[in-house]
Design a binder for this molecule. Structure first.
Ligand code: ITT
Length: 203
C-alpha cells in the first residue's frame, strides 16, 4: 500500500522513512506523485492544525492515504517564538542560517535559554477519517552553532540529558530523543496495526 508523505523537506522525509518502516507500506514523497500542489499554505495557529491541513490537502489531491508532519521550535524566553513560524522566522524566503542568526540575536544576553522542539503528525484516509499524534523534546539554545548534521535549528539545540547538539548527533541518536522520533513512535503504536490491515486488504 502507498502512503504519501506530505513534505518537500528531504531531511524530514529521511527521518520519517527511518522511523516508519513497515512491511507492505511504500512511503512516497510528494515529488514522486505527479500533479500535487507545490505548496500548502501553513496558516493554522497550531502545529496540529498545520499538519492536518497539509495531510488533508495532499490526500484530497492524490487519493492516497497521506501523512504530514508540522514541527518547530518554541523558546521560553521568547514567549514560545518562533513556534509555527519556525520555517520563516527571519522572513520569507530565508535560509536555516538566517533563522539561526535571528534566534541568536533575539536571545543575546538571555540567561534563560530553555526551549523545546514540538512535532504534530497527521494521518488522513481518502474516505475522510483523520488522526493526529504529537511529540516534544526539551533542551537549551547555545550561544553559537555546533555540528554539521541534521537541518534547521539543530546546530543550536542541545536536547535535555545530552552535551551535544542535534547537529552533532547521528540520525539514530537524534531520532531516539527528538520530537519527531517521539511523535513517530506514537504514530507507529497507534496506526501501525490499522495501516498493516489496510495494506493487506489492498494487496
Ligand atoms: P514541509 O512543510 O514541506 O514539511 P518545512 O521545512 O516547511 O517542510 P515545517 O513547516 O514543519 O517544515 O517547518 C518546520 C521548521 O521548524 C523547519 O524549517 C525547521 O526550521 C524547524 N524544525 C523542525 N524540526 C526540526 C528539527 O528536527 N531540527 C531542526 N529544526 C527543525
Amino acid at each position: 500500500m502507498k502512503l504519501l508523505i506530505a513534505t518537500r523537506n528531504k531531511h524530514k522525509l529521511e527521518e520519517l522513512r527511518q522511523l516508519f518502516d513497515f512491511p507492505g507500506l511504500a512511503l512516497l514523497a510528494a515529488d514522486e506523485v505527479p500533479g500535487l500542489p507545490e505548496d500548502v499554505v501553513e496558516d493554522a495557529d497550531t502545529f496540529e492544525g498545520n499538519a492536518l491541513k497539509k495531510a488533508r490537502e495532499l490526500c484530497h489531491a492524490s487519493g492516497l492515504w497521506t501523512m504530514a508532519d508540522d514541527s518547530g521550535l518554541e523558546v521560553i524566553a521568547l514567549g514560545g517564538a518562533p513556534g509555527v513560524f519556525s520555517a520563516r522566522y527571519a522572513g520569507e524566503p530565508c535560509s536555516y542560517a538566517d533563522n539561526n542568526a535571528k534566534l541568536l540575536r533575539e536571545l543575546e544576553g538571555a540567561s534563560d535559554r530553555r526551549a523545546r522542539f514540538r512535532c504534530a503528525i497527521a494521518l488522513c484516509a481518502p474516505e475522510g477519517r483523520e488522526w493526529t499524534v504529537a511529540g516534544e523534546c526539551p533542551g537549551m539554545i547555545l550561544e553559537r552553532s555546533r555540528g554539521m548534521a541534521g537541518f534547521g535549528y539543530d546546530p543550536l539545540f542541545v536536547p535535555e540529558g545530552f552535551d551535544r547538539t542535534f547537529a552533532e548527533l547521528d540520525a539514530a541518536a537524534k531520532n531516539s530523543v527528538s520530537h519527531r522520533g517521539e511523535a513517530m513512535r506514537r504514530a507507529a503504536a497507534a496506526w501501525g496495526g490499522m495501516l498493516a490491515a489496510e495494506a493487506l486488504m489492498q494487496a
